[in-house]
Design a binder for this molecule. Structure first.
Ligand SMILES: O=C(O)CCC(=O)C(=O)O
Length: 291
């Protein structure tokens, strides 16, 4: 369970890191499954429902940027999404209506090429009827200043919803030349493998390329309060309710006055965040080419 101090910190800053939630045995099970997924990318030449590939991917030298929806693609990741100690913390942060898994992904930043993610708010991708929505980062490796950890702008979760469009289409990236705050003040969420971070859906965040020799694997789960309904709609109510990890199905959304921008019209590069963000003309994070 989280202490009152941790909950206050989350409310003030929009993020929280809880160290050493998962033990070594669980971490090694997860790493094993991920290694099998990466090896499986040898059969793939383009992005599909499981893989988002790094530029430079070749079947004989697989480069995977993201494993998509791991809670659907492997039972271990659904098991972790419902871990009682995780759900207890989520209930404390998201309120009494219950908690629903919205989505999941594993962002793999391999040594010396793992791609950056430009600054954004998750809220720009999936606005809901209220903002009791957050993402959990399950740290599969030590998060270090040099391996591209998640970086956050404390307090930005109470500010505006920023423009994430380019040339009239959703790009999933904020333009770093048009911001009213100083990105050099961002904080890196560094912590040992097995820790978890929690970041509010409106928090501005991003991450640099992994230029180090150390891997950076981060499993991300997105959760919403059970009474937060996605404004982009619910196409399958049965599946929507099956993703509840606590609480009961309900059809009474809680409406809160929060700043919204819709992620429409969709990006001409509609796909993962990496694909969407290729439309961004002004980028903050540099990309270095390695041999
Ligand atoms: O993997 C990262 O460092 C950032 C991930 C992220 O913010 C996202 O995928 O929405």
């Amino acid at each position: 369970m989280l202490s009152a101090r941790q909950i206050d910190d989350y409310r003030d800053t929009g993020w929280l890191v809880v160290e050493n939630v998962l033990d070594k045995e669980m971490l090694s099970r997860m790493r094993q499954v991920i290694a099998e997924f990466v090896a499986g990318a040898a059969k793939v030449t383009k992005h599909d429902h499981v893989y988002d590939l790094e530029p430079g991917h070749r079947p004989e030298a697989p480069r995977v940027r993201r494993i998509k929806t791991p809670h659907i693609n492997h039972p271990l990741f659904w098991e972790i999404a419902k871990l009682p100690k995780l759900v207890d913390m989520l209930e404390q942060l998201l309120g009494p209506s219950g908690v629903r898994l919205h989505g999941s992904k594993i962002n793999l930043k391999a040594p010396q090429f793992g791609s950056p993610v430009e600054w954004h708010q998750d809220w720009a991708f999936y606005p809901h009827t209220n903002d009791d929505v957050l993402a959990v980062g399950v740290m599969l490796d030590d998060m270090l200043p040099e391996n591209g950890p998640l970086m956050v702008m404390s307090g930005s979760h109470t500010g505006p919803t920023y423009d994430h469009h380019q040339d009239g289409y959703f790009s999933g990236a904020m333009d770093p030349t048009k911001l009213d705050f100083d990105l050099s003040q961002a904080e890196a969420l560094v912590a040992p493998a097995g820790s978890m971070s929690f970041h509010h859906v409106r928090l501005v965040h991003g991450s640099a390329q992994n230029t180090s020799q150390k891997s950076r694997q981060l499993l991300l789960y997105e959760y919403a309060a059970a009474d937060a309904w996605p404004l982009m709609g619910v196409s399958d109510l049965t599946n929507f309710n099956e993703r509840l990890v606590s609480g009961q199905p309900n059809i009474v959304p809680r409406m809160v006055d929060v700043p919204i921008r819709m992620p429409l019209p969709p990006s001409p590069h509609q796909g993962s965040i990496y694909e969407n963000q290729t439309a961004a003309k002004n980028r903050y994070f540099k990309i270095r080419e390695f041999a």
